[in-house]
Design a protein around this ligand. Structure first.
Ligand code: SF4
Length: 82
């Protein structure tokens, strides 16, 4: 299967991993869920980051769609990110 190095999970052909992540995101309590504008801002930063590869952050090993969805998390790279 061909995989896009700059793709998020929701854009990939393999939907199984995305479904699992989506279930997790849907179950996140509202008080720790990043609001939609901030979530999109975070993902845009990740997509342009040199540590981003095929939906994952090579710095922390997380799917960025999961890490960015929690308002109580930060980019592991530091203050220049989110
Ligand atoms: S979480 Fe930070 S270090 Fe990781 S891909 Fe996103 S911007 Fe880059």
């Amino acid at each position: 299967m061909r995989e896009c190095k700059r793709c998020m999970l929701y854009e990939m052909a393999d939907k199984a991993a995305y479904e699992s992540v989506k279930n997790y995101l849907d179950a996140l309590p509202g008080d720790i869920r990043t609001d939609e504008d901030e979530y999109r801002r975070r993902l845009a930063i990740c997509r342009d980051c040199d540590m981003f590869l095929a939906a994952m952050c090579r710095k922390c090993g997380c799917y960025v769609e999961v890490r960015a969805a929690r308002s109580d998390t930060h980019c592991p790279k530091g203050e220049a990110c989110w």
